[in-house]
Design a protein around this ligand. Sequence first.
Ligand code: ADP
Length: 159
Amino acid sequence: MVIAVYPGSFDPATYGHLDVIRRASASFDKVIVGVLNNSAKSPLFSAEERVNILKKETADIPNVFIKSFCGMTVNFARDNHAKVIVRGLRAVTDFEYELQMAQTNRVLAPDIDTVFMTTSLEYAYLSSTIMKEVALFGGDLTNFAPPATIAAVRKKLNQ
Ligand code: ADP
């Protein structure tokens, strides 16, 4: 049984994240999405809200589980008996940071491997940050995230 963790901020999860989750769920027995609870990043949504959004959007995938975590990804992976950390790669701009993180995690936990999933082309431009920027200016979010997530973003920005 190969368990993978997919850590990130997911503030909120976009179609790009959901695509990685769906594809990872086909390659691993169990995928545990780890929502990083890091107040230093001052997210739009609380960790609990980000977990709930992801739970709703992945409810149809039986081997995907959503949890929040604090601290280091390798500890989250170990606590969940995961041997694999999944990350998404969109463009060369992601590469340097992701490589450094993967190598650091390898030093910290040589028994855990990082596996990169390249983004599907239609989501290569997409990030939570871009989505929030478009939302701030009232732009159309249809191509960025499912309807329930879009509604949550609009509601949050109106508060
Ligand atoms: P973090 O703050 O850890 O980068 P994010 O929520 O921004 O958290 O991203 C989590 C992971 O998902 C990262 O590996 C990121 O590269 C990946 N990711 C984000 N957007 C996309 C996308 N559109 N396609 C593929 N992977 C993505």
